[in-house]
Ligand binder design. Sequence first.
Ligand SMILES: Cc1cc2nc3c(=O)[nH]c(=O)nc-3n(C[C@H](O)[C@H](O)[C@H](O)COP(=O)(O)OP(=O)(O)OC[C@H]3O[C@@H](n4cnc5c(N)ncnc54)[C@H](O)[C@@H]3O)c2cc1C
Length: 557
Amino acid sequence: MSAVQSISGKGHAANAETYDVVVVGAGFAGMYMLHRLRGLGLSVRVFEQGGDVGGTWYWNRYPGARCDVESMQYSYSFSDELQQEWDWSERYAPQPEILKYANHVADRFKLRPDIQLDTRVDRAAFDESANIWSVTTSDGKTVTAKFVVLATGCLSNAKVPEIKGLSDFKGKVYHTGHWPHEPVDFAWLRVGVIGTGSSAIQSVPVIAAQAKHLTVFQRTANFSIPARNTALTPEERDSSRSNYPEIRRIAREEMRNGIVQELPDRGALDDGANARRAKYEARWAYGGLTFMGVYNNLVLDKAANDTAADFVREKIAEIVSNPQTAKLLQPDNHPIGSKRICVDTDYYATFNRPNVTLVDIRSNPIEEITSNAVRTVGRDHEVDALVLATGFDAMTGSVAKIDICGRDGQTLNQKWAEGPKTYLGLMSAGFPNLFIITGPGSPSVLSNMIVSIEQHVDWIADCVAYMRDRGLEVMEASKEAEDKWVAHVNEVAHSTLYPQANSWYMGANIPGKPQIFMPYIGGVGAYRQICNNVAAKGYEGFAMAAAEQVQKMAVSS
Ligand SMILES: Cc1cc2nc3c(=O)[nH]c(=O)nc-3n(C[C@H](O)[C@H](O)[C@H](O)COP(=O)(O)OP(=O)(O)OC[C@H]3O[C@@H](n4cnc5c(N)ncnc54)[C@H](O)[C@@H]3O)c2cc1C
């Protein structure tokens, strides 16, 4: 137990463990937040519901799981020693290696003593009389803290679909986002995979190679680009390492999505058909997420977008030998890139295997799951094991699971009932001293997330230091600044093609969830500038107060 001083130097209530900051979650966000706050000399407790650090990479152990931002970029930049000493083996590291990296970071920076594993945060309530948060955890304890940081992850609340009969299924059921730690052997089994998003697209080729038979149940066909994954040579690693300062600067400041790539100077319709095709071919051959960066208007102009979408549809038709299967795999109900684009190794080619079947559940929905089959209209697809690759209640799901009570007894779930409202994705009015990392209203899932995580963590740490140095106790987003920001996020989203898709960016994969475009599309560089300007102007749009002024602030905010 640690009895510590608050950032204002006052002691806290007796009997409760008390910290300057409680951080919820020990993925990349929570770990770096801990490191920065400890560097400020603050007392910090991190609670993590999982059995170890790593977040996404602790939970998502499904076959084929790997990053789809290249590892030399999908890695922390805050420590030059760390980025110089770590060897990534492949262009896109597999999950076990990323988890090993997370563990290495925890050990190298001696983070573990301040991280309490296997402990879920269930409740956080703000005590307005003491300006302090009480945080209740699954072990029945309550601790208090001046600040709470939600590092709970955008893709951490696995979505189990509500399908009639699922609990009656006699075989094993796995969710890709909650995969067992022990190896899963599909040899000699008939396996069903439900869902065809990113996790399915990564796992289907690997499961197909093991299973006796694989049936893939597809509601929405998604666009996928070949990863062209390969081992990294020492020369490639050294080339990135020796240029890291510039690579990281470009990712942070010049790229919309935090991934370094050549920036196009023209739109898709500015080139003739042959030149356009050659550019698409080159990016297809290069592989990966940068495919959407061939032209500067692919997410803005439907006619431009169609040229890229048609190209990928043609590629699918070339790869998949059965024309009916190819047709089903060709996405036809959303612009390319408006749903998260996927990156694969042999996904489409897997449907040429004799042991793989594709079932279209858009036209022929799943009616129920029986003890040994997935039943669609008029047909039972017999399976021995089921893989739910059904994604996450994204961006807000893990926050919503915590009972967070702010000013005047209002809960965050009440406030966000019609969709999340934040100022800069960092704070929500009425919830003082509560920060969110990569929250809705920030670039977050539209970016290389480590770039966005590091930016948020640094901003929050600098803000807490600013408050401490000035004897300020409470900080809160103003309602006015929040409303303006929410309107801006919405306006920018609607100037693009993104809202045209029923995507998880919109909350469309969760029945009953309000459909609002959640991440900020303005780009990580522009967004960083906005956040820096806000800080430079004394945290414009936030009210900050010393203890004696807090009452007044609560009334006026
Ligand atoms: C399969 C997969 C592949 C991905 N690939 C990429 C990629 O290539 N590039 C990229 O930029 N992003 C990728 N992402 C997104 C990825 O989530 C982020 O890159 C990053 O790992 C997020 O880190 P985080 O710390 O913010 O969240 P997480 O890693 O999700 O960690 C949050 C942690 O908070 C814990 N938690 C949540 N609620 C509570 C609670 N109430 N109490 C206690 N603990 C709690 C969770 O258990 C979790 O461990 C991928 C996501 C998935 C699912």
